[in-house]
Design a protein around this ligand. Sequence first.
Ligand code: ATP
Ligand code: MG
Length: 385
Amino acid sequence: MDDTAGLYVGLISGTSADSIDAVLISFAHGMPQLLAAHAHPWPAALRTQMLALAQGEAALDLDAFGRLDVALGHCFADAVQQLLEISGQPRDAVRAIGSHGQTLRHRPEGKHPFTLQLGDPCVLAERCGIDVVADFRRADVAAGGQGAPLLPAVHAMLLSRPGHTRVVLNLGGIANITVLDAGGRIQGFDTGPANGLLDAWCLRHRGEAFDRDGAFAASGQVDAALLDALLDDRYFSLPPPKSTGREYFHLDWLAAHPQLTATAHPADVQATLLELTARSVNRAIMQHAPDVEDVLVCGGGVHNGRLMQRLAELFAPRALCSTQRHGIDPDFLEATAFAWLARQRLLGLPGNLPAVTGARGPRVLGAVYLASRTDASTRMLSGAN
Ligand SMILES: Nc1ncnc2c1ncn2[C@@H]1O[C@H](COP(=O)(O)OP(=O)(O)OP(=O)(O)O)[C@@H](O)[C@H]1O
Ligand SMILES: [Mg+2]
């Protein structure tokens, strides 16, 4: 019997930590198909704590670290339980959960590069009674890669069009692009900040978790001197492979620029941050995919009308639209990738693209955490028969 048959759950909370995205996926001929999706809210206090930790505003002792890992594991388990309820599928129909966890630190450079995701997979396996695959990034980092982005393989599978150069743009907390070129080559990297900075500035000045439809930004004027100074950051001109996170692009990074004056109007700064996202994405695409014919957008930023408008203006006359136009739900593509990665792990197949991450070679990603079983095969294995 095929030990990889069955449905897969994909789970992730991204750099914005806006929600836990959970999807139930079937694979027909290896192609992921979305059966059910659920965005599970984080408890507010936990989210505040995670964001403070992720951008280096708070520290944790080892006890608190261990407790946080377990608390997050329980939240991920709650999300899976709700997903299965919504889908009407029994847990026995699910072969495995692919859980990315919550990134608290991503430092793929330096003498001892590392990437750290929390959300105890053992808790998840125990609570759900389903095998879990987790820890997808570290094998790639150990092989000299960035451990990110891991989405391009799935973008290529679902959205490539032979003979056509297309870019898939994910507007998450950080923005990343996948270049699918006419010759079938796949490239991908993080271009820089997206929703993470917009959310943080909006929360500080409006008390709201995000700038709905970009209305706050649209009410201000771009500050050209500040924009130029921000665009001057060396990250934007680094060649790929490269990846980044909240530990780099956060409000202290913004404040470190003297062009951000104490009298700056908050709406103008929001407008400037939105423009920074649009310009840095546009620059990266024009540099790495000059013959791009269309740009398909996924991630929460697709709902920011102002940001989408600016991106469309910069890319004109090329087309820019949501992946929804191509039948792919833009809010759940990232979670879908982790269901696919879990299946790759069980098949013993690589999950990374070395040309994207910079790893020394293809690597099977993730570690398997088995759920406790009481069926005959396990009893035999444990010698209980
Ligand atoms: N209606 C909306 N208007 C403006 N922004 C929105 C809207 N809906 C969602 N967003 C933005 O999308 C963000 C969430 O996007 P997403 O879930 O793709 O990011 P993420 O979880 O950080 O993912 P990633 O791992 O790709 O960085 C929210 O924090 C918010 O900034
Ligand atoms: Mg999210």
